[in-house]
Design a protein. Structure first.
Length: 241
């Protein structure tokens, strides 16, 4: 499991990891990809409040403005290149230490969604026992941010399930159509594309799979249904057959 930018500091991430583990079928890893430096939870409360109705627009943007310098510094410490290296090095070590009879799945949220997808790219396959194998056997990406299309979704070699928010202000729902368009073109060109699944959540504000209002029936459904999406996908591709 590759978390959002709030990493191990956000209790919700640990709760979700525990939920996967308690399903009885998985050994769950949630590595500290930010190496002890996740984004502050104060920013989480501004960007993704539990109850958005209680947050004033003035309060939100005043708070974000005050924290902008520290946020920009954090971004410079966790650029795509170094973060990719940390993530893929971990996955390579995990793959090499895992018997081939066992399968590996990866789920990523927001920031981590991009890396869950990229873990399934042909370009990230490694040589193992005389053959090239992917770092993971299946992936799930929930509200994946900072996607580069087509680069991050072209030439995938493992099945991927995507979760999109209808009203996600950080990851436009239009991204879904762009990803589908890339895969449709690949198929038309005769390129094999593993199975892709797309689910849309309503209202699906950003962070719907990690942080929402459990007292709101729709948001609670987003939290619960996205957990089911992950477990159902991995049941199919990791445990069956």
């Amino acid at each position: 499991m590759y978390s959002d930018v709030f990493g191990l500091g956000l209790p919700n991430n640990k709760i979700i990891a525990d939920a996967y583990g308690k399903s009885g079928d998985y050994l769950v890893y949630m590595p500290d990809f930010f190496q002890g430096d996740p984004l502050s939870l104060q920013v989480a409360n501004l960007l993704i409040p539990v109850d958005a109705a209680k947050q004033s627009t003035l309060g939100k943007y005043t708070g974000l403005l005050a924290r902008a310098p520290s946020f920009l510094l954090w971004m410079t410490r966790h650029k795509v290149g170094p973060t990719t290296k940390v993530c893929m090095n971990f996955l390579e070590a995990l793959r090499r230490d895992t018997p081939r009879t066992r399968k590996i799945g990866m789920v990523g949220f927001c920031w981590g969604g991009k890396y869950a997808i990229c873990a399934g790219l042909k370009s990230n396959m490694i040589e193992l026992g005389g053959e090239y194998v992917p770092l993971v056997d299946a992936a799930v990406a929930l509200h994946p941010s900072h996607l580069s299309v087509p680069e991050d979704v072209e030439h995938l070699v493992v099945p991927v399930s995507y979760g999109w928010g209808e009203k996600d202000e950080a990851v436009s729902i239009d991204t879904k159509a762009k990803v589908e368009g890339v895969h449709a073109k690949s198929k038309a060109d005769g390129i094999n594309v593993p199975e892709m699944e797309h689910k849309v959540y309503t209202p699906g504000r950003h962070g719907f799979a990690v942080r929402g209002n459990p007292d709101d029936p729709l948001e609670r459904a987003c939290l619960e249904d996205s957990e089911k999406q992950v477990l159902t996908w991995f049941q199919r591709w990791l445990l069956s057959g």
